[in-house]
Design a protein around this ligand. Sequence first.
Ligand SMILES: Cc1cc2nc3c(=O)[nH]c(=O)nc-3n(C[C@H](O)[C@H](O)[C@H](O)COP(=O)(O)OP(=O)(O)OC[C@H]3O[C@@H](n4cnc5c(N)ncnc54)[C@H](O)[C@@H]3O)c2cc1C
Length: 562
Amino acid sequence: MHVETDVLIIGSGGAGMYAAIEAARGGASVFLLDRSLIGRGGATVMAQMTVAVALGAQTPDHWSHHLADTIQAGRGLTDERLARLLCEDGPDCIREMDAWGVGWARRDGHITQAFAPGHDRPRCAYVDFLNTGPAVSKTLRTVVNRTNGIHKAGDLLVVDLVRQKGEGDGEVTGAVALHLATGAPVTIAAKATIVAAGGLTRLYRRNSASANMGGDGYALALRAGAPLIDMEFVQFFPIGHLAPRLIGMDPIMWDPFRYKLGGRLLNADREEFTGRYGTREDGKYVITRDLATYAIAKEVEAGRGSPHGGAYLSFEHCSAQALREAFGPVIDRLAANDIDLTKMPVEVAPIAHYHMGGVTADARMQTEVPGLLVAGEVVGGANGANRLSGNAITEALTFGRRAGRTAEARARDGKQGFAVADAGAALDLLTADGSAAINTAAMVQTLQATMADDVGPFRTKEKLARALGIIGDLTAALGERPVGDGGRFDMQRIDWFDLRNMLLVARIVAQAALRRTESRGAHQREDFPGMLPEWQVNQVVRLRDGEVALASAPVVAEVAAQ
Ligand SMILES: Cc1cc2nc3c(=O)[nH]c(=O)nc-3n(C[C@H](O)[C@H](O)[C@H](O)COP(=O)(O)OP(=O)(O)OC[C@H]3O[C@@H](n4cnc5c(N)ncnc54)[C@H](O)[C@@H]3O)c2cc1C
């Protein structure tokens, strides 16, 4: 099957859907595809908490204050052009979502804004009782459905972008995808292509992600010639649910209740311990994510962890009434899991959650490769070495909108440059008859364990070298030809394509972490504990003849009008 469109959008999370709406209302024809169901596949629909935005609805605020906090959290590595876009365009997107009926929580007629660590004032909007991401996704799906010019297709796994060969300037002219339900190859010709395929946290054993977040977007862009930056900065969410067993709930669900009630992080001796690592909480919630991850890991290491290897989170000091008010119907879902917060703490531990690194882009979301744009979590740099709570959904919405606008403008002036011959190598992979006997599911597990144990929040030269060895072995075992027969929902073949991307991206994360011989934000080297001025640089990754090449580059620190 072959499809022709003005704008191709790969991934239908918040970024992809906002990009589709913006490009279509500018007049472009849009093809919005996803490997999963449209608007239900990635992180956006799972995000249950808050959206950081300087609305000034309850407390006076301005985007420049939000920007200052974002830069501060980024520990010297924030791309200020991108961060400014996120902070400056945020209020407009959030108001537009409001007009579309998302249902932001309100008090006295104003959108309610909660306080979250790292923000200098209450700045986080939400849809109450763990509904933020589902409501954002549903609203965008509704607007996508009623916007003329958007064609949608689920079950399409993009395996490679197509670049013009020969005369052209190497521009991206579309993509090749696998139709999961039939195994058929699909080619898509586009005047502009936006990669909005989300993050990479599926690389880790314990993660908050959907199974679709194995870093496809980074691998697609890299193989098409676009550089990545800051790939060593994987954010671990400190209080991912650990025990007791909790079914049908998001593992990072505890955060909004910490915003509302504080809550106490306790070690095995039932003492609050974050003060030992520089931030006293005293029942309040003030510690940033990287410091909390560090504090919990160090308590566990010192033998003061909770029974399952984390910390206790306790709301036992709160009355049943206060808990009911804060948790609403969630308290009943907890009761169904035999969790009574008036009588017991839960156990929490760090969990891979978000990726700060990604594809480099300018403030129009254009990459170095003509015709290739990016949006959302797949973009690197806006959050530097550490992301503030609530910035990721704002990033998805604002970057998506901007990418849609740029793509529409490019499509208006552009030509269709797709040639089937340029798609040859990817098509060849899709139609391969793979017979090798490898256990792809076991390989995914080995990779996830390796990344968790050796490329987790705390790294050393030895651990990283060991991880690179295992990743090398797995890559050799994977081979260069897909396995499976390529029929309908052939999980072995899907795993093969996933592993092809996961192994490439894992190698880059580990190599970048090995090269950065300091500790900064989410990247902590136990053998290089301090933050060093000479490392206040981004690491840029390129693929040259199949080899990963890393170099340092100055941070973009330019807050000029955009
Ligand atoms: C559990 C959880 C809770 C979170 N809570 C918050 C929060 O409260 N506040 C906040 O600011 N941030 C939060 N985040 C982070 C935030 O949700 C994400 O950073 C953001 O939603 C990313 O949006 P996106 O559109 O870039 O990607 P996603 O929403 O992840 O969408 C990417 C889409 O691309 C598709 N895709 C991937 N690869 C391919 C391929 N090869 N071919 C075709 N399609 C592909 C996926 O199926 C998916 O649908 C949370 C994340 C998680 C996982």
